[in-house]
Ligand binder design. Structure first.
Ligand code: URA
Length: 254
């Protein structure tokens, strides 16, 4: 059956629809030996030889939902032009072509989801349904109340204010020179936490993600991964569902 290429790629668990379009635009997809860059191109997975980066695409593999505790010094992409270590190298035993849901910076630690479920990945990274994420952030110096209020209410980044965030100081009242913050943000803008803290005069020294929506795991060791349980996948789907506008209160009939 002839189907649009980006749909074939996402159903085969190669990438989300949007990421698949990018793969096509980047000239990384071929059909029967010819590179395809035209977006509406259709093909038949049963009859055509479809490849991404030369690797033949097969019909859907087992759907995997992997939670990795990423160490710093590892890139959260599948490949790196600078040949740095990638998260995929940490997933020994995972044969499926899973890819990271969003990114953590090279020097950020913590929880990262990887999956070959293109639809869930697209929903989780969609700016309108994005799930909230919590970070433990060690910053230079101890932020005062004014800095905390600015972080909470929003910082202009690239001309657009960040959404309200939950920010608390974990080591308040101690004599520590540097603050350790717990920050929950509701968007995934590029280097968002680092840029927010920098903007209030407290550059980040260490950054660790401790929660992605309903998912957390304090016992997962750095550099280790595990499969999400079914109830966790369900909770994740639920938390990423588009938020419906709250129904207007209807007057009660007397
Ligand atoms: N915010 C950042 O600044 N970096 C990350 O890796 C994640 C969130």
């Amino acid at each position: 059956m002839n189907v649009r290429l980006q749909k074939i790629l996402s159903q085969a668990g190669i990438a989300s629809r949007r990421a698949a379009e990018q793969l096509i635009a980047d000239g990384r997809v071929s059909v029967n030996g010819a590179t395809v860059t035209a977006m509406g191109t259709k093909a038949d997975l049963g009859a055509d030889d479809i490849r991404v980066d030369g690797r033949r695409i097969k019909a859907a593999e087992r759907t995997r939902y992997i939670l990795l505790n990423k160490p710093s010094g590892v890139v959260s992409t599948r490949s790196d032009p600078q040949r740095r270590r990638t998260v995929v190298e940490l997933l020994r035993g995972v044969g499926e072509y899973v890819y990271p849901v969003g990114r953590l910076d090279y020097d950020t630690e913590g929880l990262l989801l990887l999956t070959n479920d293109g639809d869930l990945a697209a929903t989780l990274t969609h700016p309108r349904h994005g799930v909230d994420r919590t970070y433990e952030v060690k910053v230079a110096g101890m932020p005062d109340d004014d800095a905390l209020i600015r972080l909470r209410t929003g910082i202009p980044l690239d001309g657009r204010r960040t959404l309200p965030a939950d920010v608390s100081v974990i080591n308040k009242g101690r004599r520590d020179r540097d603050g350790v913050l717990l920050m929950t943000i509701r968007e995934g803008r590029n280097r968002q936490v680092r840029r927010m803290c920098e903007a209030v005069g407290h550059p980040v020294r260490e950054l660790r993600r401790t929660r992605i929506g309903p998912i957390q795991d304090r016992r997962l060791k750095l550099g280790h991964w595990r499969e999400l349980r079914d109830d966790e996948v369900k909770a994740l789907r639920k938390s990423a569902a588009p938020r419906r506008p709250r129904a207007a209160a209807s007057p009660r009939a007397e």
